[in-house]
Design a protein around this ligand. Structure first.
Ligand SMILES: NC(=O)c1ccc[n+]([C@@H]2O[C@H](COP(=O)([O-])OP(=O)(O)OC[C@H]3O[C@@H](n4cnc5c(N)ncnc54)[C@H](O)[C@@H]3O)[C@@H](O)[C@H]2O)c1
Length: 320
């Protein structure tokens, strides 16, 4: 059974989903007012202000960490050391060394360490992966993400960590490679030391490249991933209600009768049906599946580490 720690903005969504899946047994938050509100909402769940008490409970086999980012590493480590499976909100740690330590600990104890990369459970992103892996797009050449908005101006987390973690998790999931080059440029226009506009470039050993434009100083509200293949191109647009994924039969080709000159071909545009299942419910179901021993728990933890390692390298480059 699951214990959810952190009942601020995001934790209640996780608690609701695990309750609906019949798996919620404990709730934990340092804040008494939060505890009182949730005790009333989930009368059958135990509730505590102590993370240690949550870990000591025999009926808690797995813990969800939905507390502020700087606490993730320490709480996830404590939970793994107590023998609990862990779903830790994104990003699961702030340093490559920290996530590597968590992954090693989870492997040593054969526990699940799953980062809460919500977009990986989005049916639209799953469709992108299916299109890439089936070979329908041909060789993938490049991928880029746009996550822009005239949004909430954050003062403690820059655009790379706040927005970039989503697109980075998707790009690395789609390409399934560790980038060999990670470069970020950005500026802190509003709050000193907190970049609000960031551009990132990634290059992979296969030669594929990726880019991310992350900003909360922008006239466009965009949440888009574009994949350019040699045969077809595809766009995942999370702002669209019905056209989440659009496949373009557009590609370069060489005419045999034109001395090898490149031409472009433009064919049909196709909009596949994408299920409207709630990504967070799918993420919670995946956590329960991994706990049951289904799926590849080691790969899930390793994939999470790859995201933190890339974020760490991008951060270094941004500061340099
Ligand atoms: N996947 C997503 O789309 C998504 C969306 C929003 C937030 N998040 C993530 O969720 C996490 C929480 O974000 P938030 O916006 O809900 O933060 P928040 O500040 O609103 O809530 C955090 C809660 O954790 C509690 N807390 C802090 N330390 C604790 C501890 N040691 N033990 C128990 N409770 C503790 C606080 O009292 C607070 O109620 C962050 O990692 C954030 O990145 C993910």
């Amino acid at each position: 059974m699951i214990g959810v720690a952190g009942l601020g903005y995001w934790g209640p969504n996780l608690a609701r989903n695990f309750a609906e899946l019949g798996a919620l047994s404990w709730l934990c938050d340092l804040d008494e007012a939060q505890r009182n509100e949730f005790a009333a909402r989930y009368p059958t769940a135990q509730i505590t202000g102590s993370f240690e008490e949550l870990l000591a409970a025999d009926d808690v086999t797995a813990v969800v960490v939905a507390t502020p980012v700087p606490t993730h590493y320490a709480l996830a480590k404590q939970a793994l050391e107590a023998g609990k499976h862990v779903l830790v909100e994104k990003p699961p740690a702030m340093r490559a060394a920290e996530i590597d330590e968590l992954v090693a600990l989870a492997a040593e104890r054969d526990l699940v360490l799953m980062p809460g990369h919500l977009l990986l459970y989005h049916p639209g992103v799953r469709k992108l992966k299916e299109l890439i892996d089936s070979g329908e797009l041909g060789d993938v050449l490049c991928v880029y993400g746009n996550r822009q908005n005239l949004g909430i101006v954050r003062t403690n987390e820059n655009a790379l960590w706040s927005l970039g973690v989503h697109d980075l998790s998707v790009i690395l999931y789609l390409l399934d490679e560790e980038p060999e080059e990670c470069v970020a440029h950005g500026r802190d226009f509003l709050t000193v030391g907190v970049e609000d506009v960031v551009f990132c470039y990634l290059r992979f050993p296969s030669g594929k490249i990726a880019h991310m434009h992350l900003s909360w100083l922008d006239p466009h509200k965009m949440r888009k991933i574009t994949v350019v293949g040699r045969e077809k191109m595809v766009v995942f647009d999370d702002m669209e209600l019905e056209r989440k994924v659009t496949v373009y039969e557009k590609a370069p080709w060489k005419r045999t009768d034109s001395y090898g000159e490149w031409q472009t071909r433009s064919g049909d545009i196709f909009i596949p049906k994408i299920s409207t299942d709630e990504p967070l419910k799918l993420e919670c179901q995946e956590f329960l599946r991994l706990i049951r021993g289904e799926g590849d728990r080691r790969k899930v933890a390793e994939d999470g580490a790859r995201v933190v390692r890339a974020l760490d390298r991008l951060t270094e480059s941004l500061g340099g």
